[in-house]
Design a protein around this ligand. Structure first.
Ligand code: CUA
Length: 310
């Protein structure tokens, strides 16, 4: 019904638009219907003279049931379809291609798994699930690609993420959707969806060596040795002064207070930067140095990427 939505370029787009249409159509139908009935009643039952007395009506069980049940059913469908797509949007597939995104006043930085870095240009292959792991270096931003129907706040305190599968080649706008200061409206990026082959050329384009740095996982491995992590943390499962980091990422870990924590990007980051916040059960009393202010964003991201490989 509504043609003013941006073009549909991801797997989400048809679902999101369908639900949007569903809600809008019902709302339009209701407002027109209610207004029409209201006008009709106002005219039909208008007071026709001083002796025109309105009959006294208490209630109508069938009418009341109808206007309770019908909207409830409609709301249930809205909830069901909304929850279903929300659930999918929050659960990226394990084989999704990961790209790190950093929001900075006022630009978007991207970092691919091979170390390629770009600013304000994100290139992804068509038909592949892409997961963006996002963080802000300063204030709150919001990463928004209308054509993909994805938008997520980018915070300075925790990683947030979103994912989508592009279905159409082309160029699309990336916006910042959270007011973040003077140049907020200029915080624009470009998403290019290209063929698998073209993406390979792009990713491994060595003509511009400046743009390619150490891949995050390799940088992480380097820092892991350099910062002395190896002294306490084994990577082969053997016990050291600290917990072994073999297979640490993605697993559930029991903390000293009995709580169970899933080792995602946020947990790993917190454990590095503020090492005393959560202690793994069995390692109470052992103090790991906190690395607050000692590692750059790229180095923390690198360490996370490295731990994912163990
Ligand atoms: Cu960044 Cu608005």
């Amino acid at each position: 019904m509504f043609t003013f939505m941006p073009e549909q370029a991801s797997e989400w787009a048809p679902y999101v638009d369908w639900l949007n249409d569903y809600i809008t159509n019902i709302s339009v139908f209701c407002i027109l219907g209610i207004t029409a009935v209201m006008l009709y009643f106002a005219i039909r039952y208008r007071r026709r003279g001083p002796d025109d007395v309105t009959p006294y009506i208490t209630h109508s069980a069938s009418l009341e049931t109808a206007w309770t049940v019908v909207p409830t059913v409609i709301c249930f469908f809205v909830f069901y379809y909304g929850f279903e797509s929300y659930h999918e949007m929050r659960n990226p597939p394990a084989n999704a291609m990961e790209v790190n995104v950093t929001g900075v006043k006022w630009r978007w930085d991207f970092e691919y798994s091979n170390g390629k870095r770009t600013t304000n240009e994100l290139v992804v292959p068509i038909g592949r699930a892409v997961k963006l792991i996002m963080r802000s270096q300063d204030t709150t931003h919001s990463f928004f690609i209308p054509a993909m129907r994805v938008k997520e706040d980018v915070l300075s305190t925790v990683y947030s993420y979103l994912w989508f599968t592009p279905t159409k080649l082309g160029e699309y706008h990336i916006f910042c959707a959270e007011y973040c200061g003077l140049q907020h409206s200029g915080m624009l990026g470009k998403l290019r969806v290209v063929s698998e082959g073209e993406f390979g050329d792009y990713l491994y384009d060595r003509q511009d060596p400046e743009a390619v740095e150490l891949p995050p996982a390799e940088l992480g491995k380097l820092k892991f040795a350099e910062k002395g992590c190896t002294a306490c943390h084994s990577i082969d499962g053997s016990k050291g002064l600290g917990p072994s980091l073999k297979g640490v990422f993605g697993g559930d870990h029991v903390m000293s207070d009995g709580s169970v924590v899933k080792a995602d990007e946020n947990y790993i980051r917190e454990s590095i930067v503020y090492s005393q916040k959560k202690i793994v059960k069995g390692f109470e009393g052992i103090v790991m140095p906190a690395f607050e202010g000692q590692l750059s964003e790229a180095e923390v991201n690198g360490l996370i990427a490295y731990l994912k490989t163990l």
